[in-house]
Design a protein around this ligand. Structure first.
Ligand code: CO
Length: 287
């Protein structure tokens, strides 16, 4: 059977937001325009060479019921959390945190020169895992395999599989794909994505024709934009004149009710209220 190429269903222009203690970033998921793409609950892009935009950072704050995924393209952030982890995330590193029933953490930018650039993705947890012990996968850049294909296409495999090469992130409920894909000018790339998965891509350099070979209409998308793909089992792109670089994310929808309030995502409003009560009376963290 011929694989069905996914068409571009939606193109989302990121919105500027102020997050943490005053960090300027742009958001494509968790906005009035796009609340979520099950299992993905939020997508933020931070990128600035001006320390005023990021130095205030993200001081100690709680999370419950989700996974937060930080991918640093460039820069340095120090982190620490209530389960005893601390360290720094730098160029090319990934922090995949499964918050489960609750964690407190902080992420504070350290650099004062050069570009601070990266992404944060939130992935939902099914009800049965929202109350598990928090857990954390710290993936340094050198642990992320790089697959080279014809025409100079380079894929960093954070989660999922490309040409038989597996990413280092393991045992995640949504069984996700998370790839950083660089395609030189006019070259093409295609990635199989199971048809029961949701698939999104965030274009952050150049532009490309997504849905190439599968649609009669050209869908040239330039940075910065989030693409939500339609049904199919292949994501395909042909790069434009400057090439294109994007992160491609896919995962199994959780298909459960979503009740969200700030850093907490549960199934019901009652669970959100319970969480806020625990924060108030100091019983939120139970390690
Ligand atoms: Co956080």
């Amino acid at each position: 059977m011929t694989p069905q190429v996914r068409k571009v269903a939606r193109i989302i222009e990121p919105r500027p937001v102020l997050e943490g203690a005053g960090v300027r970033l742009i958001r494509s998921i968790a906005t009035a325009e796009l609340d979520h793409v099950d299992p993905f609950l939020l997508f933020d892009h931070f990128g600035s060479s001006n320390p005023d935009d990021y130095m205030k950072g993200f001081p100690m704050h709680p999370h419950r019921g989700i996974e937060t995924v930080t991918y640093m393209i460039s820069g340095r952030v120090n982190h620490k959390d209530s389960i005893g982890n601390s360290g720094s995330i730098t160029d090319g590193d990934v922090q995949w945190m499964t918050t489960g029933r609750g964690i407190l953490h902080e992420e504070m930018p350290q650099q004062i020169e050069g570009e601070m650039k990266g992404f944060q993705l939130w992935v939902n947890l099914p009800a049965r895992l929202k109350k598990t012990a928090p857990r954390y996968q710290n993936i340094t850049s050198d642990q992320i395999p790089e697959v080279q294909q014809d025409d100079g296409v380079i894929i960093r495999v954070i989660a999922g599989q490309v040409d038989g090469v597996n990413g280092p992130v393991k045992e995640i409920a949504a069984d996700p794909i998370y790839l950083d894909v660089s395609v030189p000018a006019h070259a093409s790339y295609a990635q199989p994505v199971a048809d029961d998965n949701a698939a999104i891509a965030y274009v952050f350099e150049g532009e490309g024709d997504f849905g190439a070979n599968g649609s009669t209409q050209k869908s040239l998308v330039g940075q910065p934009r989030l693409i939500v793909f339609g049904d199919g089992d292949l994501v395909s792109v042909r790069a434009g004149d400057q090439g294109v670089r994007f992160v491609l994310m896919a995962g199994k929808p959780i298909n459960e009710p979503i009740a969200r309030y700030g850093p907490f995502v549960m199934n019901t409003q009652a669970e959100i209220e319970q969480t806020l009560q625990e924060i108030q009376n100091g019983t939120f963290i139970r390690n």
